[in-house]
Design a protein around this ligand. Structure first.
Ligand SMILES: [Zn+2]
Length: 268
């Protein structure tokens, strides 16, 4: 695909295919790290058949804090998947949990005080040789900070092994949220010519939900940006067809499409 004139991003075209080809995003980059063949297939229209409930639950919570109009529209557009088709036709359990998370966030004075500013602010800019796009949940330019809401299925304290870090890390680091917030901060710095403090407002799917406000460690954001700078050139080569995309061999796309041509080592 040839690069055409850069598209000015809006809420209408942000998630569109053209924007995804022209711009790198943190989620697209994470896809390339996971499996380049999968990332390319998605850019070409391949769709996962995996259950998307967690994604919808996250969007349900996010839309509530964006505005009541957006939330009502989200509910109307997705009522077929959110409500039971059997009597008593109530909200499915996953979305009742989403309601609990909304209540939990609303109950926290610190969150309500902090979550003021422009909602769904779109950032775009050049970083490490690629054009990037990002969407920030809540940006407070005057006070110099931004907040992202993260919903999490498990216990906040549980550490998990992460290959990139080579150690057990928090769910925040494991999901690439350090990377995301570091990239957003760089893009905001270019746009406003000042430094912003990233904040994560985390809410769990436990009953009742746990809530935490996280500040982010500078050393971990620096690590993510260094790694990004190192890995991005070969990812861009694969994206724009100068290099064959590698298959991870185990994701949904690879399982669906790959022919096995060699023996595997049991311990790898
Ligand atoms: Zn794969």
């Amino acid at each position: 695909m040839t690069m055409t004139k850069k598209t000015f991003l809006s809420s209408e075209n942000y998630y569109g295919n053209e924007a995804n080809w022209q711009y790198m995003s943190v989620s697209q980059y994470k896809r390339f790290l996971e499996c380049p063949a999968l990332a390319i297939a998605e850019l070409n229209g391949w769709e996962s058949k995996a259950d998307k409930t967690a994604l919808y639950v996250g969007n349900y919570v996010h839309s509530f804090f964006e505005s009541s109009e957006v939330h009502e529209k989200f509910k109307e557009d997705n009522k077929d998947i959110m409500f039971s088709s059997r009597k008593p036709f109530g909200l499915l359990k996953a979305y009742q949990v989403a309601e609990d998370m909304i209540q939990a966030l609303n109950h926290q004075q610190a969150f309500k005080t902090l979550y003021k500013g422009e909602k769904e602010h779109i950032v775009q800019g050049e970083l490490f040789g690629a054009d990037w796009k990002g969407k920030i949940d809540c940006l407070n330019v005057k006070e110099g900070y931004f907040v992202d809401i993260k919903t999490h299925a498990g216990d906040f304290k549980k550490k998990v092994w992460n290959d990139r870090y080579g150690m057990r890390v928090s769910w925040i680091a494991d999901y690439g949220y350090y990377l995301q917030m570091a990239v957003y901060r760089e893009l905001l710095r270019m746009e406003f010519n000042k430094d912003f403090t990233p904040i994560i407002a985390a809410v769990s799917k436990q009953s009742p939900p746990a809530f935490k406000l996280y500040e982010l460690r500078e050393d971990m954001m620096a690590f993510e940006l260094e790694e990004l700078e190192r890995s991005l050139p070969s990812i861009l080569q694969m994206k724009y067809g100068q290099e064959e995309p590698k298959h991870c061999g185990s994701c949904e796309y690879c399982r669906e499409t790959m022919q096995v041509t060699e023996f595997s080592d049991t311990e790898e």
